[in-house]
Design a protein around this ligand. Structure first.
Ligand SMILES: Nc1nc2c(ncn2[C@@H]2O[C@H](COP(=O)(O)OP(=O)(O)OP(=O)(O)O)[C@@H](O)[C@H]2O)c(=O)[nH]1
Ligand SMILES: [Mg+2]
Ligand SMILES: [Zn+2]
Length: 321
């Protein structure tokens, strides 16, 4: 496992001053991948080694932010000091705003028995994944607390994701329950764990991959919320060989704005509507109160009430939208 705790800041400073001194030298560029970014500096995997890198000022001028997961062209590579300079960002196959990351293969949306699942947040994350045809799975953590900490209504709302066609994996990082079911999803590619603070994203990674040793937070006892323990998104190689892929830990967040999606389009990102909406009487049916709505006919059968009600709440939220 790569040690991420080397003295990176001074290495970045060295990279910047070396770049100033060396810009005239001929150089062969190599492609690396951003593993994490801290305060405008980047740590890039080149093969199995991490290089401390500064990025071109031009990116900021152009409003381009290098993201964890980006493939980048490195120049001014100093293999002894493990420093380099990011000269270009290669085209992305996808990117997420929250958590900020790119070139992802699977988004594992993590929620927990406690704190109570934030269903609006889960839906918003699924919508952002559907827009980019990004594969999402739902992970319910802390099932060791199932008996005392969750209401039947929340259990039913969680079942709604299965009805919608998503794979739902229930685990306990603490008691190592069902971890193998989850691990099966994470072979190869870039697998990011995303969700609210305190749901146990870092705990799951630690439990799945002993040796990673991410920092784990406390829950605030009064409100059972997380305390934003993980501060940066980071790409963690799953083994020394290239084809094992990466797991990505990311900071928790509590909201995700999807107001920029026109309300007529929102329904396209509810995968469970797709099969039925073609049969609605109106071509532009929004499935609210229109008659002969084929989506509403599926309520409680192939479409979950909770998902549908939250959809209606989004779509009727701001009539001017
Ligand atoms: N009972 C129980 N507690 C867990 C489980 N997994 C994690 N926890 C606890 O939940 C708390 C939060 O865990 P973290 O792994 O730090 O949560 P996180 O999602 O990474 O939080 P942020 O980094 O703030 O986004 C810690 O007190 C963990 O011990 C579990 O399976 N069962
Ligand atoms: Mg964390
Ligand atoms: Zn309809």
């Amino acid at each position: 496992m790569t040690d991420f705790k080397f003295n990176a800041r001074s290495a970045v400073d060295a990279a910047i001053s070396d770049f100033a001194a060396d810009t005239a030298l001929p150089e062969t560029a190599r492609t690396g991948r951003i593993a994490r970014g801290v305060g405008g500096n980047y740590y890039v995997l080149l093969g199995k080694e991490e290089y401390a890198c500064a990025a071109r000022g031009l990116f900021r001028k152009q409003g381009i932010e290098p993201l964890v997961g980006d493939f980048v062209e490195l120049i001014n590579i100093d293999d002894a000091k493990k420093t380099a300079f990011i000269n270009a960002i290669l085209p992305r196959k996808n990117s997420l705003v929250r958590p900020k990351a790119s070139n992802i293969d699977i988004v594992a949306i993590v929620c927990a028995v406690s704190p109570r699942p934030n269903f609006d947040l889960i839906d918003a994350m699924l919508i952002t994944c559907e827009i980019q045809s990004l594969k999402a799975i739902i992970v319910i953590n802390k099932i060791d607390m199932l008996d005392c900490e969750i209401s039947n209504s929340d259990i039913n709302l969680l079942k709604g994701y299965e009805t919608a066609g998503y794979q739902v994996v229930s685990v306990s990082a603490k008691e190592s329950m069902n971890l193998e079911d989850l691990r099966m999803h994470f072979y190869g590619g870039v697998n990011i764990l995303a969700g609210a603070s305190g749901v146990g994203k870092s705990s799951i990674i630690n439990a799945l991959y002993p040796g990673v040793n991410l920092e784990i937070g406390e829950l605030s006892t009064k409100i059972a919320r997380g305390k934003h323990t993980t501060r940066t998104t980071q790409l963690i190689p799953l083994c020394d060989s290239d084809n094992c892929g990466f797991i990505v830990d990311s900071p928790g967040f509590s909201s995700l704005n999807i107001d920029n999606i026109p309300k007529s389009e929102l329904q396209n990102y509810y995968r469970e509507f797709l099969e039925y909406k073609e049969n609605c009487y109106y071509v532009n049916c929004l499935h609210i109160s229109e008659h002969d709505c084929a989506v509403k006919e599926q309520l409680g059968i192939n479409i979950d009430y909770g998902r549908y009600e939250r959809y209606i709440r989004y779509v009727t939220k701001d009539a001017a939208r």
